[in-house]
Write a protein that binds this ligand. Structure first.
Ligand SMILES: [Mn+2]
Length: 299
């Protein structure tokens, strides 16, 4: 059981790993590049932090969850909950979490190679996700999946059940709607932006005038680049994959999701190494980004 949805980050040097999305091989390579053994031991006593979105899209979400779970049990890692974990906790079927329900995922007739979960896997995964916090912090550093918002983070205090807190806020938000607040897009934005669980795990959204078709449905909302305006304690987050490799963040924030979740599209095209879409970790306090194929850069 989680002690609190807002937990204290480990002391000491850290390696903060971006969204893994079922990519077990890049995760093992990255750990090796960073100097970890498979059991999470590190010669300099460094420890791993995962920003969430462990599952979906890649070939083996089961293996990623199993490994991260073992690292957490051994106190070699901490992990916050991402929106993909939240979807599974809420039993929300999405186009890319079919593996969890034992079903293949295909796009344009191409079946993405993936290990599929059985009912016993499902139970273990849900139990594990229920134990994860939403945010982690210490004096000079904080970690969340999508967006750090100081007021929203305070709602996590003294709460240990993500679905209970989520549903309480759904009710509160719905009860705040009056007769003049009937537009479905306004209502949907209120549920996204005013519910701490939604805001912290999938980030703020705003209305767009012309609807766009994305991830299988028409949308009237778009993501807000909250990090450009962010001030405060340094925040590391994931969620906003960087297909162009151009870092997102500012002097006080940094996104560590380098898009490995879509690496299956590069494999499908015949690539076997030198991938554009990478798994990365931010070394702290060094502020160095290390990639799964071994490159590194300072931020
Ligand atoms: Mn995400």
């Amino acid at each position: 059981m989680t002690q609190n949805l807002l937990n204290t980050l480990f002391t000491g040097p850290l390696d903060i790993v971006g969204d893994v999305h079922g990519e077990i091989d890049p995760l093992m390579s990255l750990m090796h590049q960073l100097g970890y053994k498979e059991n999470g031991q590190h010669p300099d006593d460094r420890r791993l932090i995962f920003v969430g979105d462990l599952t979906d899209r890649g070939p083996d979400s089961l293996a990623v969850v199993q490994l991260v779970k073992e690292l957490l049990s051994a106190e070699r890692a901490q992990c916050v909950l991402g929106n993909h974990e939240l979807n599974l906790l809420m039993n929300q079927h999405k186009y890319d979490n079919r593996w969890f329900y034992g079903q293949e995922f295909s796009e344009d007739g191409y079946v993405v190679p993936q290990k599929l979960a059985n009912p016993s896997d499902q139970k273990q995964i849900i139990d594990f996700f229920q134990s994860l916090p939403i945010a982690l912090r210490r004096d000079e550093l904080q970690v969340v999946h999508a967006c750090w918002d100081a007021d929203m983070v305070e709602h996590l205090q003294n709460s240990d059940d993500v679905l209970t807190l989520h549903d309480e806020h759904v009710d509160q938000i719905e009860n705040s709607f009056d007769d003049s607040f009937t537009d479905p897009v306004d209502q949907s934005l209120a549920h996204q932006n005013m519910n701490p669980i939604k805001l912290l795990t999938s980030g703020p959204e705003e209305r767009i005038e012309e609807p766009v078709y994305a991830a299988g449905k028409w949308r009237n909302e778009q993501r807000v680049s909250w990090w450009t305006e962010y001030e405060g304690t340094f925040c590391v987050f994931g969620h906003y994959s960087i297909p162009d490799g151009k870092p997102r963040g500012n002097a006080s924030s940094f996104c560590i999701d380098y898009g490995v979740g879509k690496r299956w599209t590069e494999r499908r095209a015949g690539k076997t190494k030198g991938f554009d879409l990478k798994l990365a970790a931010l070394r702290w306090p060094e502020k160095m980004v290390v990639f799964d194929e071994g490159q590194s850069t300072l931020i």
